[in-house]
Design a protein around this ligand. Sequence first.
Ligand code: CA
Length: 229
Amino acid sequence: MSKVLIIEDEVAIADLEKDYLELSGFEVETENDGMVGLKRALSEDFDMYILDLMLPGIDGFEICRQIREEKNTPILMVSAKKDDIDKIRGLGLGADDYITKPFSPSELVARVKAHLARYERLIGSNMMENDIIEIRGIRIDKTARRVWVNGEEKQFTTKEFDLLTFLAEHPNHVFTKEELFREIWDMESIGDIATVTVHIKKIREKIEMNTNKPQYIETIWGVGYRFKL
Ligand code: CA
C-alpha cells in the first residue's frame, strides 16, 4: 500500500485530504507542524508528499527543497494563492505538481494516483535491468535466459542453462556431481548423478572451443566440476 505524508497546518484540510486518500486505498499520515513534518519526511519512507505552502515556522518551499536534496519521491504542493504556482515553478524546487485551494478532493486523489503510478513505473524500469554474468567471452543474461559465446548466441535447455549459470555464479568453486544434482534437479526428480555428466558434456559442446581441453568448465578428477575464472 502506498504511503502518503501530508504536511498541512489547517487540521480540517489535512483531515479531509487524509479521508479521501484513505478511501482510495492509500495509507496516510498527517503532520500539522512544518518542522516535525520535514523531519518525518526525511527520516521515514513515504511514497508521496503533499505539502502545504504556508506553514508557520518553515514554509513549504523550504520543506520541498530539503526533501528534494535527499529523495526523488513525488511532491505535490498545495497553495492558497494562484500566484504561488509561478513562484514554485520559478524557484525550481523540484515539486512534481501543484494544486490551489480550494480544490475538489477527487482532483487531489486523481493527481496523487497519477504521480504514484508514474513514480512506480520509473522505479520499476530502473529495477528491470537484466541480470548479466560475463566471464571471458561468455555472457549469460539470467533475466532473459539467453547465452552468448564470443558474441554468438547458443541455445540451452532449461537444465543446461541452470547448471551453466550456477557454475558461472560460483567461479573457482569445485562442486561434486551430487551437489550439482541436488542444486539443479529437485529431490523428487528421477535420475542420478550421471545426468550431471551428460549435461556438462552438452554444455561444453556449446561453449568450449575444444571439448577435450575445456577452458571454462573444468573436471576435477575424483571430485567434480568447477567453472574456471
Ligand atoms: Ca497553511
